[in-house]
Design a protein around this ligand. Structure first.
Ligand SMILES: NC(=O)c1ccc[n+]([C@@H]2O[C@H](COP(=O)([O-])OP(=O)(O)OC[C@H]3O[C@@H](n4cnc5c(N)ncnc54)[C@H](OP(=O)(O)O)[C@@H]3O)[C@@H](O)[C@H]2O)c1
Length: 133
């Protein structure tokens, strides 16, 4: 790609990359690593013609989320997510976060004190869908 001066790298991260959610800490940390890795690549490749796109979805209806037994705000269909991802790739965006409502919500949660997050996620923590976080 560098040799031919064109190309695009993209990876699916998550809005979970922006906050260490209780019960999801391993997932959040792995997505934060994806974002940081791609950020470094983006800066490294600036001016080469190769763009790097980080995709950060909120909740998407897939087998991964079908096991969730909690309310997933602004859940979008896989088709809708695919359209947003295609648009981001076509526009050669650096970071694509969607839907905007969850993106804004995560931005707000980042400002909240730990005690408030603990309270908000109390039910979720008592029975997470999987025990890996
Ligand atoms: N769904 C969401 O709400 C959501 C939100 C944010 C980010 N994401 C991210 O989006 C990506 C896709 O998630 P999804 O919701 O589409 O999950 P999914 O429906 O569970 O699909 C996961 C896909 O990954 C493949 N896979 C799993 N382990 C693999 C392995 N070791 N090697 C190769 N392929 C493997 C599976 O292949 P098989 O079908 O062959 O098992 C499947 O096609 C993930 O990175 C997820 O973290 C999802």
């Amino acid at each position: 790609m560098i040799h031919r001066k064109s190309g695009q790298l993209a990876a699916v991260s998550s809005l979970a990359a922006f906050k260490g959610f209780p019960g999801e800490s391993a997932y959040c940390a792995s997505k934060a690593a994806v974002n940081t890795f791609l950020e470094g690549m983006r800066i490294r490749l600036k001016g080469t013609g190769v763009v790097v796109t980080t995709i950060c979805p909120g909740f998407v209806k897939t087998p991964m989320t079908d096991i969730n037994n909690f309310h997933m705000p602004f859940l979008v269909s896989a088709d809708s997510a695919a359209q947003k991802i295609m648009k981001a790739l076509e526009n050669r965006k650096s970071v694509a976060c969607f839907p905007w409502q969850v993106s804004a919500l995560v931005g707000l949660l980042r400002l909240c004190p730990d005690r408030l997050i603990q309270w908000l996620f109390a039910d979720y923590n008592s029975s997470p869908p999987c025990q890996s976080g």
